[in-house]
Design a protein around this ligand. Structure first.
Ligand SMILES: C[S@@+](CC[C@H](N)C(=O)[O-])C[C@H]1O[C@@H](n2cnc3c(N)ncnc32)[C@H](O)[C@@H]1O
Length: 270
């Protein structure tokens, strides 16, 4: 493995990578794939795989994923994960990253993910968590995420604030998986593979990154105008300005992540 910056070596991400390197993925379904970041991560980290299918409810995100994987064996489809259009037990691996807190009906989606997974196949879930030993730059990221989630919710989109570790473990613990391996990492697995980590984890106050995060706040401040509740608009505008200040002062890096790998039992679905 290539040399890693100090924080990453001890972050747990290296352990997750080593574990994924032992898994043959076979036919893989990535649920709520968005622009396909997790497909990219699994392509690099799994021991091997046959092909990927990525589904998402958002046509816009899938457009980017289509461009990204145009030369690779990845099929993408617009689909609601609450009713997957695949046969029972038709995938060797089913994955989902950073999406649990975006789901309106979490139980339905997880039941569908298990239905299409073969008995003995792996369910792989990555989700950021709130209650870690976060740096100030990571706290900025979590606060900004909570602010984004409030705006999305007021505009009618399902977007919950970041779950605690306990809540994620509880959700995964309710599924018929045996055994379940849980890993914790100070940073997302993707950061281990990201060419830009020197401008982020290693340099949280990197000007280009801060400018990017402030641009995201400005874009969301524009969206605020569509919120009907005037009091909420004022409150969120103020906290948006505070967040910009916090970005300048402390920087902004991705928070800790929980990673679960669980094997579907031969007994049934959920
Ligand atoms: C934060 S993004 C995560 C994207 C990607 N997995 C990643 O790691 O970057 C959450 C995604 O969940 C998708 N999503 C939310 N509810 C969904 C549903 N019911 N079915 C399919 N996708 C859904 C959204 O469209 C969005 O692309």
């Amino acid at each position: 493995m290539e040399s890693l910056p100090g924080g990453m070596t001890e972050s747990g991400a290296a352990k997750i990578r080593a574990r994924l390197g032992q898994i043959s993925g076979g036919r893989i379904l990535d649920v709520a794939t968005g622009e396909g970041d997790f497909i990219d991560t699994l392509m690099i980290t799994l021991k091997d795989y046959d092909c990927f299918v990525g589904i998402d409810i958002s046509r816009k995100d899938l457009k980017s994923a289509t461009k990204r994987f145009k030369d690779q064996s990845v099929k993408l489809a617009e689909m609601n994960a609450e009713s997957l259009e695949f046969d029972d037990a038709s995938f060797d691996t089913v994955s989902m990253a950073y999406s649990l807190h975006h789901l309106e009906r979490t139980d339905e989606v997880l039941a569908e993910m298990l239905r299409v997974l073969k008995p003995g196949g792996n369910l792989i879930i990555q989700e950021e968590f709130f209650d870690g030993n976060h740096t100030e730059a990571q706290k900025t990221n979590l606060l900004q995420h909570a602010w984004d989630a409030q705006i999305d919710s007021l505009l009618g989109e399902t977007h919950k604030t970041t779950f605690t570790k306990h809540r994620i473990e509880e959700i995964i613990g309710n599924l018929q998986l045996e055994p379940v391996e849980i890993f914790e990492s100070a940073y997302p697995l993707g950061c281990l593979l990201c060419e830009k980590r020197s401008e982020c984890i290693e340099d949280p106050k990197n000007q280009g990154r801060i400018d990017g995060m402030i641009k995201e706040i400005d874009d969301n401040l524009e969206r605020l105008e569509k919120i009907a509740d005037a009091e909420a608009r004022v409150r969120l505008r103020e906290s948006g300005e505070e967040l910009k200040e916090r970005n300048r002062k402390f920087g902004n890096t991705p928070p800790s992540a929980l990673f679960a790998i669980g094997r579907k039992t031969f007994k049934g679905s959920v």
